[in-house]
Design a protein around this ligand. Structure first.
Ligand SMILES: [Zn+2]
Length: 468
């Protein structure tokens, strides 16, 4: 990958496919991206496509579908080259300019159908002064990186630019914070100190850090002013993008994304919904479990900030109030279950359509409805079972996350964990909990609004037939 025209948001990409069997090579751009659940048709920003064989002979290309190119007449090697346009720096797309390139790989690299199990090498021809931040494994050759297979390659966003890096050891693992920003070194030092606290608080919930694949976790952070706000979780890294600076309220808001995304290293990257495995780059993965993956993560994102003393108690209670108010006031929350809200993700998660819809009356985000369920479950565990949601998350981690290696559990067993965990709860009957008169232990806060919820462990059962 090279950047001779970065000032006009273009990159030049050459993908070399070798040891091919006879017959057409099906080259495709992804239509979807891990952790972002709508279709994005990344082929739309690919042009000037060419293909040659090992001797430089031009090969015939046809367009069987909008995301693909079939290449015929090759001699076992295809050099497939194209120009990529990218002018949106976030967790989904590619942003390229004279200062940096922030590359979400599904938006960037074409792949060969049927070659998904092959390892891949990625080599960057970097403008002077740029460095690489990525979860890809560095090779001994400069600016060259390795992915064991396509799923890992696609999961590995990469930031190129003048990186400012802070690195530390935590439980024998390397944590790396690689940042592009316009602030001072002192601001970044303070930000890194706050990030360390978040890492420790998240690890304390589960009792350990995950076994990062190459012994390293990277916060890939881009806080340049041309950046779009986003956070995206990955297996051994996260893409953090925001135009907010690393000082004042901007830093606190950015740390909220750090906290949320790092919690995902356990919850969704390793406590992994079966519906997300393997990730399908040709179509949208529909998942029933995003209320747990995103909602519980949202709940903990704020809670970790409070525990790390980054949010005051008042600031934290305002976040909880937002969740409770949404549950109480949103008409959609009375109509559909967290599972059904999760199944809307392909239509709402950065999805683009021009026709009006009725979601204001029928929908509440799986982040919010899941976060409210996490709050309700935490309060119930504390009030009635002398334990808390941390212990529950640790049980889920030990049974389903700890040993996860790119495969999913065979059967969802949330109900079983819940009943084992409490020793009292029925595993099959829906039950309800009220927020009213539940007091947060150790505080003077009383949540006075009455709000009925399905506790999280029963959300897998069908929604009630009539609105509740
Ligand atoms: Zn998330």
């Amino acid at each position: 990958m090279a950047f001779p025209n970065a000032v006009h948001h273009e990159a030049q990409v050459t993908v070399v496919f070798s040891d091919l069997k006879p017959g057409p090579l099906q080259v495709r751009m992804a239509r979807s991206s891990p952790g972002r659940y709508a279709l994005h048709e990344f082929a739309k920003n690919v042009y000037a496509v060419k293909a040659t064989d090992s001797k430089g002979k031009t090969l015939t290309i046809s367009r069987p579908d909008p995301s693909g190119w079939d290449v015929t007449g090759h001699d076992g090697t295809v050099r497939f080259s194209y120009t990529l346009f990218g002018d949106r720096t976030d967790g989904t797309y590619a942003g390229i300019d004279e200062r940096h390139a922030h590359l979400n790989i599904p938006a960037t690299l074409a792949y060969g159908r049927g070659l998904e199990d092959r390892s891949a090498q990625v080599r960057f021809e970097l403008p002077t002064g740029w460095q690489v931040a990525t979860q890809l494994r560095p090779e001994t050759t400069a600016n060259t990186y390795f992915a064991p297979h396509l799923q890992y390659l696609m999961d590995s966003p990469t930031s190129l630019g003048v990186q400012q890096v802070r690195t530390w050891q935590e439980q024998g693992k390397t944590i790396e914070l690689a940042v592009l920003h316009e602030g001072t070194a002192a601001e970044l030092d303070t930000y890194a100190d706050q990030t360390k606290k978040i890492v420790r608080e998240a690890s304390a919930v589960f009792g350990e850090l995950p076994a990062f694949d190459f012994g390293r976790y990277t916060f890939i952070a881009n806080y340049l002013p041309q950046t779009s706000g986003d956070g995206m979780e990955h297996r051994n890294s996260t893409s953090l993008t925001s135009a907010r600076p690393l000082r004042g309220q901007g830093a606190i808001d950015n740390l909220g994304t750090v906290s949320h995304e790092f919690f995902h290293a356990w919850n969704v990257e390793r406590i992994r919904p079966k519906s997300l495995e393997p990730f399908d780059f040709d179509r949208a993965n529909q998942s029933e479990a995003l209320w747990f993956a995103e909602g519980f993560t949202m709940y903990y994102g704020d809670l970790l900030l409070r525990r790390a003393n980054i949010l005051t108690e008042d600031q934290y209670m305002k976040e909880l109030t937002t969740i409770v108010n949404s549950m109480v006031n949103s008409p959609g929350a009375r109509l559909y279950s967290p599972v059904q809200m999760s199944q809307q993700a392909p239509f709402v998660d950065a999805a683009a359509a021009i026709d009006p819809n009725n979601r204001v009356n029928t929908y509440l985000s799986y982040y919010t409805i899941g976060g409210a369920n996490a709050l309700a479950l935490d309060l119930m565990l504390r009030q009635k079972h002398q334990t808390d949601l941390d212990a529950y998350m640790r049980a889920v981690w030990q049974q389903h996350g700890q040993g996860q290696q790119n495969f999913a559990p065979n059967a969802p067993t949330r109900s079983r964990i819940c009943s084992e965990f409490s020793g009292k709860w029925p595993a099959t009957q829906p039950s309800r909990v009220s927020f009213s008169a539940l007091i947060l232990p150790g505080t003077n806060y009383l949540i006075t609004k009455s709000c009925w919820l399905l506790p999280a462990c029963w959300c897998a059962v069908p929604a009630p037939a009539s609105p509740a």
